[in-house]
Design a protein around this ligand. Structure first.
Ligand code: SF4
Length: 107
């Protein structure tokens, strides 16, 4: 019985390691440039570099806690500028926001 539990644990650890590795590989890619909210890619998703400038009347679902830092699509970490999987190769401001914001953990 203990052998089966040990195998299950090793299998689970292997699965975790397999899912963590690709994120490290992404970090080693070419440097990414900061997304400017005036670019076409930013306008397409309604990106605003400073979420405090979001017009709540024009975006009724927006709440102050809805920033890139709390979005499911931003890279893990604590850096002020991080990658967003919806704008590959670019960085977004952790304090930014866009119309595709989705709560972290709900992806
Ligand atoms: S998808 Fe999320 S992380 Fe990416 S720009 Fe929009 S709010 Fe920010």
């Amino acid at each position: 019985m203990k052998l089966i539990n040990r195998r299950a644990l090793l299998l689970a650890l292997g699965l975790v390691a397999a899912t963590v590795r690709p994120r490290r590989a992404v970090a080693a890619e070419a440097p990414r440039t900061l997304l400017d909210e005036n670019e076409a890619a930013a306008k397409k998703i309604g990106y605003i570099a400073n979420s405090r400038k979001v017009d709540p009347k024009a975006n009724p679902g927006f709440k102050r806690s809805h920033t890139c830092a709390t979005c499911a699509y931003i890279d893990f970490g604590t850096a002020r500028q991080r990658g967003c999987s919806l704008v590959p190769g670019r960085l977004v401001e952790a304090g930014g926001w866009c119309k595709l914001w989705k709560l972290k953990g709900t992806k």
